[in-house]
Design a binder for this molecule. Sequence first.
Ligand SMILES: Nc1ncnc2c1ncn2[C@@H]1O[C@H](COP(=O)(O)OP(=O)(O)OP(=O)(O)O)[C@@H](O)[C@H]1O
Length: 743
Amino acid sequence: MGLAPEERRTGFPTKPDMALKRSVAGSVGARVPMSGIRTPSASSVGRLAELGVSSEPIQAFLRIRPDNHDSQMDPYLKAVSETEAVLNPPSDASVRRYARLRHAAQAPTKYTFSRVFAPMPCESPKEAQESFFQRTTLSPVKDLLEGKNSLVFTYGVTNSGKTYTVQGNDKPGEAGILPRTMDVIFNSIQGRECNKAVRPMGLTGVQPGVSDPSKSLLASRPRAKLRPGMGRAADMGSGQAGVPEPLTTDPTTLDVHPDYRYSVWVSYVEVYNEKLYDLLEAPMPSLLARSDAARDEAEEKPSGPARRPLLLKSEVESGGKYVGGLKEIKVNSIHEAREILRCGQENRTVFSTMANRSSSRSHSVFTIKILRELTSVQLGERDVSGLSRKYFVSRLSIVDLAGSERIANTDVSAGPRLKEAGSINKSLMCLGQCLETMRKNQLRAGIVSPCDARMALSSSRSDDTRKRRQSIVPFRHSKLTELFQSFFMGDGKVVMIVNVNPYGTGYEESANVMRFSAMAKEVGIQVSAAPGPAPGSADVSSLSLVSQAESDHDEEVDEDTDEFVNMLLEENERLRQRCERAESLCQTLEKTVRDEMAQHMEEALSHMRQYYERQLQAEIDASDAFLDRKIDLLARMTRAAPQESSFTSSETDDESVSAAPVLQSNASRVNQTPRASAPTKPTDLAGSADESQDGLILPHTPSPQKRMRRLGARAVQNDDMERLVHHMDTEPTPSHSLRRALR
Ligand SMILES: Nc1ncnc2c1ncn2[C@@H]1O[C@H](COP(=O)(O)OP(=O)(O)OP(=O)(O)O)[C@@H](O)[C@H]1O
């Protein structure tokens, strides 16, 4: 079918295209847009078949819930054949308006399934449950007894009938696929039970040991009100007046291999808020027995012993994951099986929502393991290593998924309910992403061989090869998909049961479910062809390339196609930009700080300069004053010298004579000092005044001979002194000279 570019991109018809098809088709029964359905040639299963790879598509069964008689609406989903159903937009105006707002697909859309189960007026609920089991789950049960693994899971919006399908109810004959599975197993292995002390271990292994205790679990259960669908064996076996009634069981019996003896082991795990809990763990006070408010309170502040979340572990041999520490209980009869189911179901976190009075708020995974003992192999008493030659494990997991839901429809706008809804929607979305990625990988595997694809992953980066690379399947993004991983990787068959309530208001959610199923049924699962003794260690398919790529080439991803990788790249880009912005901000801040620091330094330097200039100025002034005083003194002494020489003693003459050369030297120093060197400190100048070397104070009395010589020279010296005084008057002062030097 030729698709418009937009149609190819989104997978849904574009508006003009739809209008054309409507005008051609005219009615539902004729040609309708194949929204969400790929043509057979585009199917990845077809591709794998063309390549000679044996694979089975995920089997998808559609179950349409019957009207509960209070609905005023026409059903928006109708079966048109045994394998096809048509989704019509609801006729109710308000719902249609809502749908138009939210979604463009207004035309009827046909979907194909492995089989469609629609309510039939002629069929009683008992018959409906029975025939549904026979046509959907009996085959995986047969496989289980033959040593093959299978996964059966229900998918649908809340209140669509998933739990009813899995568990059924306690009315006679309305048991769901899970209790019926147990019935058929015990019917089939009757008389061929294995009672050896060997138990399963991990996914596929065996070890010596006995069953985890179940007696205390069963004995301590309060006889509480049962969850719909959970008939207690003892209750079912007793009439109202205490008269025992026969337990209604499925009578189907399958042939089993005569060479084997069998034991049945069960475990029950719940995925609640992305945590794994053992539903067969010690008894909890029944949540169902409480009021809604009390349940909420108990959930917020658990009063009893807190539940211990379990961890997933990897099994090297099979490459799959199993829940570490999960109780595995050996079941010996149908009655015991029903009782254990009831206990587990009561532990399951069930709260009322607006949409469904008894809504499952978690995903529950009930796993039945069949341990087959090959009677022909004889082992020594202590031959532990030989166990794997004699005992083989196969498993069937039946999963009741919590309903995907629109928060507005379900009164979960706050508190723990909102968190639950978020976890549920996230894990279901992740399941869809895993299947979609697998489908794309398988389509690509049809273009290049796995070997080429791996080479392309490691070497070439050209656009062409990038498009052909295998994307990582995001199994690790949720606990649910991690649990499913081994099945999707080729560990066994996968059966999907799609539940739809066509009378509900959730048209858009149901349409999403239909699209999901259309996509899922195109995914091929390569299952081991022969029922080998250890199916868990089956050869790896082309799908295992995904696993290999996941572990070995985590860094090598297909940026073009893997949504998660794209999201990571976008996030990376966002963080890089933030980093760049932060770096530039840092640089700006650093520059600002540096500028401020420089400014502060300049100011500090300028203050220092001013301080030292002031200091210098003060010293210069002091020096000027000192010199002025000296010169005054000298001038006075010089003027007084002639008079003194005639009247005073020879000592005074001696002083005058001896002062002349000193004055001359001082005068030359006064003339030279300011120009030649830095100003002398005032303290030095003051100090020099007291010293004899400056010639102003003459400590020693000269000898008579010296006095005579000096008196002879007096006339010349008086002339000199006059010249000096004249010089001092005309020359600039030292302070002036110093100032000039500083400038
Ligand atoms: N095929 C059916 N025939 C009769 N009654 C049904 C059928 N399917 C569902 N119901 C009834 O519809 C109601 C809701 O079904 P159920 O609890 O199984 O929904 P659900 O999908 O499990 O919801 P949730 O995801 O919220 O747990 C129940 O009362 C159940 O008995």
